[in-house]
Ligand binder design. Structure first.
Ligand SMILES: Cc1ncc(COP(=O)(O)O)c(C=O)c1O
Length: 389
């Protein structure tokens, strides 16, 4: 356990000293040791001038897809990006116009809403139904109806943002589900941006990660945005990549990247990605095993010890999604946002209220389990404390 307070950590600096932060998707584990060594060595070289994109960086991404996900991606189909959310914003601007609708399946990662609304597009939202075990269901008929309704109201829907694996909830979409979504997109002539940033956190028994980039038949409507920053906790380095199989689409994004960012390599970020992908396979394998045990321990604790909470075991991501409606009622809080505030102010544990991910998430909460187990369990005991008081 390394104290991160005062290190400029968004996760830790947002809370008071004695509060346990189980919110933003940032892990409390020191980085891959080789990464630190490589960055320190580079920092010691006293030149930080402009950096050309390095072939080694692209090669490391290509190899990672090949070895971790069994997917062959030609090096030229990979573009470097300035962060996943910024890249999604770029896709929104390129593939829709002001006033258009952008399809979101909700609850979903808050910036999905922001990149739509802040670019003056409208959210066309389809809330998931869930199985009794709390797993989100992709209901193609319901999705199609929502698009039809928007179009009947005069709102064009040229673009969908799809999260795979899904945050929150941790659904790992199957090959059949992704294919069904893409077939619908084809039928409706909708472009699909697929955010695959959680792709390295899929737990064996929940199936395997299937990249949208493997659906070559739909290549002319798919833009994959991803990066090493969830897998290796590099959020502060602001780097991502696109995988775009279609030449025309890649050309559009290349131009947009140039216009919006004049994007050249970052001296540290590209080196970091290259290093983690080159050296990090064993590290992330071990991390996945640890996180899986954390997920199971946290779900077990919440479901047996904390009245009013029903936690679901996610198939992917390191984020637990929990139904907290019972706890809201027990504590007399008006909603999930008030419960989260009460937990932070009184119980000293910070979680994310589900309504942050859209109305469909209200009554739920998201808990980040990527901390040393003792810290995580102490955070959960604090939630239990408020259930009792
Ligand atoms: C689905 C999803 N996309 C993107 C991001 C953030 O990516 P970036 O920091 O590269 O913008 C996150 C972070 O939690 C996420 O969950």
């Amino acid at each position: 356990m390394i104290d991160r307070r005062g290190s400029g950590s968004a996760k830790w600096d947002a809370v008071k000293d004695d509060t346990i932060p189980l919110w933003v998707a940032d892990m409390d584990f020191p980085c891959l040791p080789e990464l630190r060594e490589v960055l320190v060595r580079r920092a010691e070289h006293p030149f930080y001038g402009y950096k050309a994109h390095s072939p080694e960086y692209y090669e490391a991404i290509r190899r990672w897809y090949q070895t971790q996900h069994g997917l062959e991606i030609p090096r030229l189909h990979i573009l470097s990006g300035p962060g996943t959310v910024l890249s999604l914003g770029m896709v929104v601007r390129e593939f829709s116009r002001e006033g258009d609708g952008v399809l979101l399946l909700t609850p979903v990662y808050t910036p999905f809403f922001e990149v739509v609304r802040e670019n003056r597009r409208r959210v066309v939202e389809v809330p998931f139904d869930t199985t009794p075990a709390g797993s989100f269901i992709l209901e193609m008929e319901k999705i199609e109806r929502a698009v039809e309704k928007a179009e009947e109201a005069g709102i064009k829907v040229p673009l969908a943002l799809f999260c795979s694996p899904h945050n929150p909830g941790g659904r790992v979409w199957t090959e059949e589900e992704i294919a069904a979504f893409l077939a619908f997109a084809e039928k409706r002539n909708i472009m699909v941006a697929v955010d695959e940033i959680h792709c390295d956190f899929v737990y064996g028994e929940s199936g395997r990660f299937v990249s949208a980039a493997s659906f070559e038949g739909y290549a002319d409507r798919i833009i994959v945005v991803s990066g090493a920053n969830k897998s290796f906790n590099l959020g502060g380095l602001h780097i991502s990549h696109f995988v775009i199989r279609d030449d025309r689409l890649r050309g559009i994004i290349k131009t947009a990247l140039h216009r919006e960012t004049h994007h050249e390599g970052d001296v540290f970020a590209e080196l970091a990605v290259e290093t983690v992908y080159r050296c990090g396979a064993a590290w992330i394998g071990e991390l996945r095993r640890y996180l899986r045990q954390n997920i199971l321990a946290a779900a077990q604790f919440l479901n047996t010890e904390v009245p009013g909470v029903r936690a679901f075991v996610p198939g992917g991501t390191y984020l637990i999604w929990a139904d907290v409606r019972g706890l809201i009622e027990k504590t007399g809080c008006g909603d999930d946002a008030e419960l989260a505030r009460r937990l932070e102010d009184t119980a000293k544990v910070k979680i994310t209220p589900g309504s942050m991910y859209g109305q469909a998430g209200s009554g739920y909460a998201r808990i980040n389990i990527a901390s040393p187990r003792s810290l995580l369990l102490e955070g959960l005991r604090r939630i239990k404390g408020i259930a009792k008081s």
